[in-house]
Write a protein that binds this ligand. Structure first.
Ligand SMILES: [Fe+2]
Length: 223
């Protein structure tokens, strides 16, 4: 009887019934798209911001694009090398939001600058500003008050789709305190590099130049 059981076991083993399940192979993408810095030279000479200030700002923006690509490449390489459980991987993951948002926020900022027609009086955005703030002037006052706060960061008119509401937000850092699910409509850079070369501490003068140069068509398109 024992001999029969032994033969039976050997047959099962040879049939592979006790063989280990083959491990699923993790497929890792090998080629990655890189982000390319956009050219905003067309803004030079039309804004009331000096060429020196703008060129410095463009260079700073290009640095975010370079670093976004660098961080993404490093993370991909670490994934391939199986180094995902390391502190280096964790820190690069944390860094990615800062570099990526530094890139994208500058793009939105430069793209909502430039001469355009004024905000349409009968347009949807104007109607929404009036509905949510009482008047366009009240919205502008709140946006400027937010921008006038001491500190550096971003001021962003966000549209909260869930609550169907416009809100002017103060954003301390590129990667911190953006409202989830909201759409950025108008973006103002209030880091010192955005204005101090031309205006020193006179941030209010910078705000005037900014408001004289909002590309409202772009902002309306976002809304
Ligand atoms: Fe900036």
């Amino acid at each position: 009887m024992m001999k029969e059981s032994l033969i039976c076991l050997m047959v099962l083993i040879s049939a592979g019934l006790f063989a280990e399940e083959p491990k699923a192979k993790t497929i890792i993408k090998e080629d990655f798209m890189s982000y390319t810095a956009k050219n905003y030279d067309k803004l030079i000479g039309i804004l009331g911001l000096s060429e020196t200030l703008l060129k410095n700002h463009f260079t700073l923006y290009q640095g975010y694009v370079t670093n976004t690509n660098k961080v993404l490449d490093l993370l991909a390489q670490m994934q391939k090398d199986g180094k995902m459980g390391t502190p280096e991987y964790a820190e690069l993951k944390r860094r990615l939001g800062w570099e990526f948002n530094g890139m994208r926020l500058h793009e939105y900022y430069f793209e909502n600058l430039g001469k355009s027609d004024p905000l349409k009086k009968e347009g949807n955005l104007m109607k929404k500003m009036i509905a949510d703030f009482g008047s366009y002037e009240a919205w502008e006052k709140d946006f400027k008050a937010t921008a006038g706060m001491r500190g550096i960061g971003w001021v962003i008119l966000y549209y909260d789709k869930t609550g169907d509401r416009l809100i002017n937000f103060w954003i301390n850092e590129h990667d911190v305190s953006h409202p989830v699910g909201c759409k950025p409509l108008l973006i103002l850079d209030v880091f010192e590099h955005a204005f101090m070369i031309d205006f020193g501490l006179k941030k209010a003068d910078y705000l005037e130049v900014f408001f004289n140069n909002i590309n409202w068509q772009e902002v309306e398109k976002r809304y």
